[in-house]
Structures are given as structure tokens and as C-alpha cells.
Design a protein around this ligand. Structure first.
Ligand SMILES: Cc1cc2nc3c(=O)[nH]c(=O)nc-3n(C[C@H](O)[C@H](O)[C@H](O)COP(=O)(O)OP(=O)(O)OC[C@H]3O[C@@H](n4cnc5c(N)ncnc54)[C@H](O)[C@@H]3O)c2cc1C
Length: 352
């Protein structure tokens, strides 16, 4: 089949691009292995307290996308065509690489298996029921996901012992010190046991800290340590557009360096911004608008990078907000996210 713009991946970046382009009358085809979009921000609460999000985080692509959708994976990308895992070939004028990242150590964060919305819901339910019968939960990794997961479980299941083990001496590496300390205080107030400078290794469901020799035997363990870019389909013909981290190199217009008609955004691209969903969505909106102009032969402006901002909930009531010039735990700000974890905001942004 033929399309004006092929979009590889239906995360925040890909869906935002598709919607913006369709609004300008440009024909898009989005390819994703899944049949649903998921607001990742809500996944950890879905695991700890599913009754609070009521399954609102996921929607079928067919219900939100204005353009064409193919449920399949891109196997190999060529200069003007993509070979799909279902055997089809899509010919394109331009391609947007928005294949994001995966969380190999923590598949519940971004599912590797559940390509259907219904199976994803079952997957999350099964994590929730395991958690409900656990008396001790170990979370390894004190980054944003580990901190948030510890807070969600400790808040929703106050009788469960939650240990958060981190390999350095501060949580939330890369955040301001004040934010790191506030998150630590909020978690310990919820009863989370935070262990620093640990290196737990599992053997037969027993976790031993290689630094201290101490071992623990949790009922459930989550390893929240790092993402990997989804770049397999680029390896055959375009490994030269990837940097040493496996991210696609892009210029100031989010065009792929040295590869005409190729663009990359979101977690897969080296844009020079944090790897966050709201930034992937911003990049998608920008690119959709810019490509619309390009098709009309009009000039485009460079993408304006955003400063780092984050709002990390620690359970259902508290959280830490880091803005460019301040760190805050003020309820007025925290509740902006606590209300529905930005689920409705995300879908509203897509509809704009
Ligand atoms: C648990 C969790 C909580 C988070 N919380 C926040 C938060 O509160 N705020 C925030 O801003 N960010 C948050 N993030 C980060 C955010 O989810 C990511 O930055 C965001 O998902 C990146 O969006 P993306 O569109 O670039 O890629 P992704 O969301 O990774 O989407 C990529 C899509 O591409 C598809 N794909 C991959 N390979 C192929 C292929 N070969 N062919 C076809 N399709 C393919 C995948 O199926 C996927 O649907 C969180 C992440 C996690 C895991």
C-alpha cells in the first residue's frame, strides 16, 4: 500500500504526529504491534490500585486515530518502503520513526507481550492480585518508575512491607537535591524502607545484596532499571543513523541527519530533551505541523526544546514537582496530576 506519511509507533509521539497531519489533510498510516494506545503515567496505579483509574488509560487506536492504522510491526525499513511483520509492504513519501523504548527488566511498565488491549488489562490485573497476596515487595531501582511504584504500593497496601533498593546514595538521579530529599521523606512517611548503595542479585527467588552480603526473600520483586530504544528494524539498513546509545540522530527540525524524508521523535530520538511522554507529545505536535508546511512548500521553524519539568507522585495524595526554578510538594500543583494522572489531558491534547 501507499501513504503520504508512515508513522512507526503509536506512543505519545506517533499519535500526536498522526493527528496533527490528518487535521491538515495529509494522509497518514500508523503502524503499531499493539491495538491500543496507553497513557503510561497511569500504569503503576493500575497495578497498585486499579479501581482508581478504571481502565481509562488505554484506548483502541481505531477509536482515537483519524488516519489509517495497521496492527503489525515494522520488520525492516528501506529508503521509501517499510516491510511489515505481517508480510505487507508500505510505500511512503515521508517516514516518522516514533518507535519509543521498552523496559526489559519491568515489562509491566510497557508491555512486551500484550498486543491486545484486553490481554493488557488481564496482565495488569494479574500483577495486582499477586501484589495483594504479598506481604513483602522489593523494588530494585530508585529512578522515577521505582519511586513512583514504591509510593503507589505503600499507599494502596499499607500493611505490605515495601523495600526500595537503589544503587547510589540518592533517589531520582538527575533531579535537584531538594526534590530527591522530599521524595525520600514522602516515601519513608508512607513506611517504605529505602536502602541506598545496594546491588541486589537474584538466585532462586532470594535476593542478595552484593555490597553488604545481606539477603532478603520478598514475595514479589520488581526490577525498575532502565529503558532500551526500539531500533531493531533500523539495524539492517540504517544502523549509521543511530548514536552510541542506539538513539536516532536528528537535526533542529527533528529530521534524521543525512536521510531525506526521515524524521524521528520521542524516546527513540536524540532530541536533547528528557525521555518523557509529555515531551514526546510536544515533539509529535511540532513535527505534524512542520511536515504539513513542508508538504505545502512553506518554510518551517526549528523545534524549540523545553526545560526539564517533572511531577512524580508518591502514592495517591503526595508527590514532588520539579520546575525549572523551583521544587515543590504543594498540593495545588501535585493534585493537577493526582486527579487522573493526566489521562484526560493526554487524550484532549490528541484531539486538539
Ligand atoms: C511506568 C511509566 C511511567 C511513566 N510516567 C511518565 C510521566 O508521568 N510523565 C511523562 O512525561 N513520562 C512518563 N513516562 C515516560 C513516557 O512513557 C515515555 O517517555 C513515552 O512513552 C515515550 O513516548 P514515545 O511515543 O516516544 O514511545 P512509546 O510510548 O515507547 O511508544 C512507542 C510505540 O512504538 C511501538 N513500536 C515499537 N517498535 C515498533 C515496530 N518495530 N513496529 C511498529 N511499532 C513499534 C510500540 O508498540 C509503542 O506503542 C513513564 C514511563 C513509564 C514506563
Amino acid at each position: 500500500m501507499k501513504t503520504q506519511v508512515l508513522i512507526i509507533g503509536g506512543g505519545f509521539a506517533g499519535v500526536a504526529t498522526a493527528q496533527k497531519l490528518e487535521k491538515q489533510g495529509i494522509e497518514t498510516t500508523l503502524v503499531d504491534r499493539k491495538d491500543y494506545f496507553e497513557v503510561t503515567y497511569a500504569v503503576l496505579r493500575d497495578v497498585a490500585a486499579p479501581e482508581k483509574t478504571n481502565g481509562q488509560a488505554r484506548q483502541y487506536y481505531q477509536d482515537i486515530l483519524k488516519g489509517n492504522f495497521i496492527q503489525s510491526g515494522v520488520k525492516t525499513l528501506n529508503k521509501t518502503t517499510a516491510l511489515l511483520e505481517n508480510g505487507d509492504t508500505v510505500r511512503f513519501e515521508k517516514v516518522v520513526i516514533a518507535s519509543g523504548s521498552r523496559y526489559p527488566s519491568l515489562p509491566l511498565a510497557k508491555s512486551l507481550e500484550s498486543t491486545q488491549l484486553t490481554t493488557r488489562v488481564e496482565e495488569l490485573k494479574s500483577h495486582n492480585s499477586k501484589l495483594r497476596s504479598a506481604s513483602h515487595v522489593l523494588i530494585i531501582g530508585g529512578g522515577v518508575v521505582g519511586v513512583e511504584l514504591a509510593g503507589e504500593i505503600a499507599y494502596a497496601m499499607p500493611k505490605t512491607k515495601v523495600t526500595l533498593a537503589h544503587n547510589s546514595d540518592t533517589l531520582l538521579n538527575g533531579f535537584k537535591e531538594k526534590a530527591q530529599n522530599k521524595a525520600l521523606k514522602q516515601l519513608t512517611d508512607l513506611g517504605v524502607i529505602v536502602e541506598f548503595n545496594t546491588r541486589y542479585k537474584e538466585n532462586d527467588e532470594v535476593y542478595t545484596d552484593e555490597n553488604s552480603g545481606r539477603y532478603i526473600n520478598p514475595d514479589v520483586a520488581f526490577v525498575a532499571i532502565g529503558t532500551m530504544p526500539n531500533n531493531d528494524f533500523l539495524q539492517q539498513n540504517f544502523s549509521h543513523i543511530l548514536n552510541e546509545k542506539g538513539l536516532v540522530n536528528v537535526d533542529s527540525n527533528l529530521a534524521v541527519d543525512g536521510q531525506p524524508n526521515f524524521y524521528a521523535i520521542g524516546d527513540i530520538a536524540d532530541v536533547g530533551e528528557a525521555k518523557l511522554g509529555y515531551l514526546a507529545l510536544e515533539q509529535g505536535k511540532y513535527l505534524g505541523k512542520a511536515l504539513g508546511k513542508t508538504f505545502k512548500g512553506k518554510p518551517t521553524k526549528a523545534y524549540k526544546r523545553n526545560p526539564f519539568m517533572a511531577l512524580v507522585p508518591t502514592g495517591q495524595k503526595t508527590g514532588v514537582v520539579q520546575l525549572p526554578f523551583m521544587v515543590s510538594t504543594w498540593k495545588g500543583l501535585v493534585n493537577m496530576k493526582q486527579k487522573d494522572l493526566f489521562i484526560s489531558k493526554t487524550y484532549k491534547e490528541f484531539a486538539k
